[in-house]
Design a protein around this ligand. Sequence first.
Ligand code: ATP
Length: 260
Amino acid sequence: MTLVEARSLSVDLGARRVLDRVSLALEPGRLTAVVGPNGAGKTSLLRALAGLLSPAGGEAVLNGAPVDRMRPAERARAIAYLPQGGGIAWPLPVAEVVALGRLPHGERPGALPEAGRQAVAAALAAVGLQGFENRPATALSGGERTRVLLARALATQAPVLLADEPVAALDPRHQLVVLGALKDRAREGATVAAILHDLTLAARFADTILLLRQGQIEALGPPEAVLTEARIAVSFGVRAEVLRQAGRPVVVALSPLSGT
Ligand SMILES: Nc1ncnc2c1ncn2[C@@H]1O[C@H](COP(=O)(O)OP(=O)(O)OP(=O)(O)O)[C@@H](O)[C@H]1O
């Protein structure tokens, strides 16, 4: 059970402060959707929580320990991170790319123990890639590659999974499959956060929505509390209608608001 915290976390990129004193806790067993307009600081937050960006102030903390001071191997076992729009440069078979997710456990692709083989097979199934095992990963479509990289992150079986736009390139069926897989990981006890731009999908799958704006937390809470028409107008500059389906918000963006 792993608790991920930001404690008054600030991040600078170049001369810009892109995260400004953000404090939050991501709890085990929950899927948190990180939403917000372009440039709000979502990627910067996930990278800082993963220990890939050093804070300018405050700290990112994993079970009480600052993430950027963990040993790299220990951090790689604890946190699986899916980068935004991640490409695949190696013409390896899909199963071998996914098996790279076992490296933090000291397991080498091609010589996986039974537990590693099972983790790879389960990860491929979770993202709907059964039958792709022997295809060269560089000969796949963009959405298929995204699913390979997510399967690699799932195969690590890390207690923390941070995914930057895992469904942006996916068709509707695979958006549901992948978000279902992330929710399953959370239900198994992992701490899961995913950056999403589709507010309806975020509302449908997430236990908690974190809305960032201009490097700060605008709102944090259950989907129906965070995704109101008024807040969407202020945060995204969009006139929206929020409908309900099975009690969850369905966000229909209607028109951009002028002057925002
Ligand atoms: N290398 C850099 N130097 C200076 N500023 C940067 C750099 N990289 C990103 N930024 C700025 O940092 C801010 C936060 O970027 P970040 O990628 O975290 O936003 P985001 O919310 O993930 O956006 P998006 O929805 O577009 O992916 C943006 O204003 C961006 O222009």
